[in-house]
Write a protein that binds this ligand. Structure first.
Ligand code: ADP
Ligand code: MG
Length: 249
């Protein structure tokens, strides 16, 4: 357990649909170790984003225990959760969630300004990241003046700016063309060494290329989690095999 970054025990989460509760996550048990790079694979509507929001402390569970780097998140109050979120988590969304009226630099440094850094300090801190992500010629541009790939790199820059420990990526390349996807994947390779990463992807090749471990997710359950090479070569569960071989999903 000492090496665990994310430990979820019997997590349940549902949404109210009128009078009825629609269960989404059912008794999820899930662990990610520090420095691990885990892909979550599964058909759409199976609760992957719900799980990611839970991991990112953006939403609360109905029951269960969640430890993030040893901290009992299920017992933590909202104010403290905001702090955990700001300090530990970098979130990269499929639909970017950039501020349209801010330019590249303003989007990247915004979370740092919220932490009380001055403009100068924040810009200095982000200089290297901006270079690494190839955005240095774009710092004055607004999001709508960027390509999809550039927007996603901007999101990654914004997530990295706060020096998080955990990077959560929810289908980061599903809106991108193959070339931009490849660029983002190359970037993921370089991020691998520094962060604990959980990535949701529809793209099985991507899971196979970038992750150490893969968890297969189906209607609110983790069906199996294993070394990525094992999941693809020897899925233990028929449902995983069917998904991987394209028989459904
Ligand atoms: P995935 O990311 O795997 O596609 P989601 O976690 O987005 O799945 O959604 C899982 C299920 O939960 C879906 O059936 C979706 O309609 C439902 N759902 C997600 N968010 C809400 C919400 N805020 N209120 C009600 N139902 C929701
Ligand atoms: Mg989703």
């Amino acid at each position: 357990m000492e090496n665990a970054m994310i430990t979820m025990k019997n997590i349940n989460k549902g949404y109210m649909l009128g009078e009825e509760r629609l269960p989404i996550l059912k008794d999820i048990n899930f662990q990610v170790n520090k420095g691990e790079y885990v892909a979550i694979l599964g058909p759409s509507g199976s609760g992957k984003t719900t799980l990611m929001n839970m991991i990112g402390c953006m939403d609360v569970m109905d029951s269960g225990e969640y430890y993030l780097d040893g901290m009992a998140i299920h017992e933590t109050k909202e104010d403290d959760l905001t702090m955990v979120r700001n300090q530990k988590i970098g979130f990269i969304f499929q639909n970017y969630q950039l501020i349209p009226t801010y330019n590249v630099m303003q989007n990247i440094i915004m979370p740092l300004l919220m932490r009380g850094m001055t403009h100068e300090e924040a810009e200095e801190k982000c200089k290297n990241t901006i270079k690494l992500l190839g955005l240095d010629h774009r710092i004055g541009h607004k999001p709508n003046e960027l390509s999809g790939g550039q927007k996603q790199r901007l999101c990654i820059a914004r997530a990295l700016a706060v020096s998080p420990e955990v990077l959560l990526m929810d289908e980061p390349t599903s809106a991108l063309d193959p070339i931009s996807t490849l660029k983002i994947e190359e970037l993921m390779e370089t991020l691998k060494k520094k962060y604990t990463v959980v990535i949701v992807t529809h793209n099985m090749q991507q899971a196979a290329r970038v992750s150490d471990d893969t968890a297969f997710f189906l209607v609110g359950e983790v069906i199996e989690k294993n070394a990525t090479s094992e999941i693809f070569a020897r899925p233990q569960d028929k449902r995983t095999e069917d998904y991987i071989t394209g028989r459904f999903g």
